[in-house]
Design a protein around this ligand. Structure first.
Ligand SMILES: Nc1ncnc2c1ncn2[C@@H]1O[C@H](COP(=O)(O)OP(=O)(O)OP(=O)(O)O)[C@@H](O)[C@H]1O
Length: 640
């Protein structure tokens, strides 16, 4: 065995998930350890057994066992053990040191007050187990890096999770949802391509002259005509140009880069080889979250179906040994989150000298303070061709001007900037409603909203991981079938949560910003911003989980003037930019908060176009600080 081989690898199936199982359900309330979410270890949506360090089922000590709460129970003394016995992120004490060892919990320990205690008050009866302690009580300590677990492979217990095998069935590979009534309206959106000598746009997929198998796969995917970002992006990439592309959420950016890249590889007869100890991919795609990179991989796999080109995905939270075995089966298109990607490269299993394309999806996120160091590390890794010798492609729906300037470091000087609509603008197919709330009224107002959404898929965004558990618990107690996704959940749980949401088993998904970008889930009709994010770009991405591919959607935003005043002005701007009604009271809040039209929260500069033209929204320019100084990811998020 190589050093990366793990002793045991267990393939697990995602079964046994019940959002309200008899075994305690969310915020389990067992054995008189307190009531409801005031104790009992927080959100607990699963009834399946855990996996111990060796990949074995571990009924007695896992996060979901009787003894161990997901984050430790609000019970007395130390005892039991957590998942691997160590804090997953070395943050013992944050989420569940003590009794029962929460998955994230620290080393045993005792004391503290257990239970889930919203907003202070008395803790779980006997204390001792950590658990959630309410927003007012503590500020989460951060891990060493915003990126979270996926990026620091040595930071926690050995991960043994292996995702379930993918179906080879064509109906599953090519499953898709229909484009909506507004798909043709994409053609009315203004497109601006700046830079020297851009190639002519295509109007049809035929003009893209895709090879036969790729063409067949495009048809099987239900694509009849290209979206604007595809019409312009495909010929730009095919012409060998570097590209920074901006187009609204849900408008087909993924295919805009995958199709021309795959076309080139197929035309050149690139074929995966499993006889090489070191794999040398032609393409590297990076994205900020596990779920998103997995989705991009699934798209690549779909378009490459039946050809010799082999995409592979690598991300944190799954067994490294498994991941490397997958890579060594042959790898042309390597999709990864930055941490796991750098880890695998560092292990010498990936050679970079053949890289022709480097793609940064959600590029503004990949270059903000959370990931920029990793991106610089990636491009300066041994063997990686310099930017002059590779094609670098960046895609997002938002590009703050400061990030654009930084991005230029990674691109050739003659890169093209493609803007479909207003850079950073919200998708106009999403109806946006802003509701004035107080922090005390939010939960009731959420219930009111959910009464109107019924069984339609709804994503509820909150700001912190514990808030996600808290709200999910609350909704389940109110008999709303809910699941949650955030960075403190195990990968299996995250996948299970998304699966339950996709299937409609849990039509409500409570999420942190980890699910804000890129996720393309069928039939998400509603997004609720229960907590507003601290920057407007995040808002634009969050509401973009609905209203995709010409379909319509609705986003309700809870606005608490006490807490959200800073966002008022940019929210007004986004609403009016998307021809949405701006409530009078919000305009007043925006004016009162900042007095002038010149305010821009956080000092960000929202570019409406290529920053090389000098940018616009100049009125907003109060300061222009480097992204790292702006706290772009300064909230309690948990990226890969
Ligand atoms: N030309 C097309 N015809 C029909 N469907 C398409 C076409 N292009 C893309 N789609 C579908 O539209 C959906 C949204 O595409 P995609 O996820 O690439 O959007 P995006 O622009 O990357 O969004 P985000 O900004 O949220 O990441 C996907 O389901 C995709 O398969």
């Amino acid at each position: 065995m190589d050093e990366w081989e793990e002793g045991t690898t267990t393939t697990t199936s995602n079964n046994g998930s019940l959002w309200a199982s008899g075994e305690g359900s969310f915020g389990g309330d067992r054995a008189g350890r307190g009531k409801g979410f005031r104790s009992g270890g927080g959100f607990k949506s699963f009834s399946s057994a855990g996996i111990d360090e060796n990949g074995n089922e571990d009924k007695g000590s896992s996060w979901n066992s009787d003894e161990g709460g997901f984050r430790g129970r609000g019970r007395g003394r130390g005892g039991g053990r957590g998942f691997g016995g160590r804090g997953f992120r070395n943050e013992g004490g944050r989420d569940g040191d003590g009794d029962g060892g929460g998955f994230v919990g620290g080393l045993g320990g005792r004391g503290g007050r257990g239970g889930f205690r919203p907003g202070g008050g008395d803790g779980g009866r006997e204390g001792g187990g950590g658990g959630y302690r309410g927003k007012d009580e503590e500020v989460f300590s951060r891990g060493s890096n915003e990126c979270g677990e996926g990026d620091h492979e040595n930071a926690g217990p050995k991960v043994t999770y292996v995702p379930p095998a993918l179906s080879e069935d064509e109906s599953s590979i090519f499953a898709h949802y229909e484009s909506g009534i507004n798909f043709d309206k994409y053609d009315d959106i203004l497109v601006d391509v700046s830079g020297h000598d851009p190639p002519k746009a295509i109007m049809t997929f035929e003009e893209a002259a895709l090879c036969e198998s790729l063409n067949r796969n495009v048809s099987k995917s239900g694509y009849k005509k290209p979206t604007p970002v595809q019409k312009h992006g495909i010929p730009i990439i095919s012409a060998g140009r570097d590209l920074m592309a901006c187009a609204q959420t849900g408008s087909g950016k993924t295919a805009a880069f995958l199709l021309p890249i795959l076309q080139r590889l197929m035309a050149d007869g690139v074929a995966a080889s499993q006889f090489s100890e070191v794999q040398e991919p032609e393409v590297i795609v990076v994205a900020p979250t596990r779920e998103l990179i997995n989705q991009i991989y699934m798209e690549a796999r779909k378009f490459a179906h039946g050809t010799c080109v082999r995409p592979v995905v690598v991300y944190g939270g799954i067994s490294t040994g498994y991941t490397i075995r997958e890579v060594l089966k042959g790898c042309n298109v390597l999709c990864g989150t930055p941490g796991r990607l750098l880890d695998i490269i560092g292990r010498g299993k990936i050679g970079l000298s053949k890289v022709r394309y480097l793609v940064l999806d959600e590029a503004d996120r990949m270059l903000d303070m959370g990931f920029e160091p990793d991106m610089r590390k990636l491009v300066s890794s041994p063997g990686m061709p310099p930017k002059e010798d590779r094609q670098t492609l960046m895609f997002s729906a938002t590009y703050p001007e400061d990030i654009q300037r930084l991005a230029a470091d990674f691109l050739k000087t003659d890169y093209l900037f493609l803007a479909v609509g207003v850079v950073g603008g919200a998708c106009s197919d999403v109806e946006q409603v802003v509701v004035q709330v107080t922090k005390f009224s939010k939960r009731d107002q959420l219930l009111e909203v959910l009464k109107t959404t019924g069984t339609e898929r709804t994503m509820v965004f909150v700001e912190t991981k514990r808030q996600a558990d808290f709200i999910a618990t609350f909704l389940c107690q109110e008999k709303v079938p809910t699941t949650s996704i955030h960075g403190d959940r195990e990968q299996r749980e995250r996948e299970q949560a998304l699966g339950d949401f996709r299937s409609g088993k849990c039509p409500v998904l409570v999420a942190t910003s980890v699910a804000a970008r890129g996720l393309d889930i069928k039939d998400v009709q509603h997004v609720v911003n229960f907590d507003l994010p601290n920057n407007i770009d995040e808002y634009v991405h969050r509401i973009g989980r609905t209203g995709r591919c010409g379909n319509t959607g609705k986003a309700v935003c809870f606005f608490d003037p006490e807490a959200d005043g800073n966002l008022a002005r940019s929210l007004v701007k986004v609403l009016s930019g998307a021809q949405q009604e701006v409530p009078k009271w919000l305009e007043e809040v925006a004016f009162n908060a900042h007095g002038t039209i010149g305010f821009n929260p956080g000092g960000r500069v929202f570019a409406s176009t290529d920053s090389r033209k000098g940018g616009s929204f100049q009125n907003d320019r109060t300061t222009s600080q480097p992204a790292a100084a702006l706290g772009v990811a300064g909230d309690d998020d948990e990226w890969e």
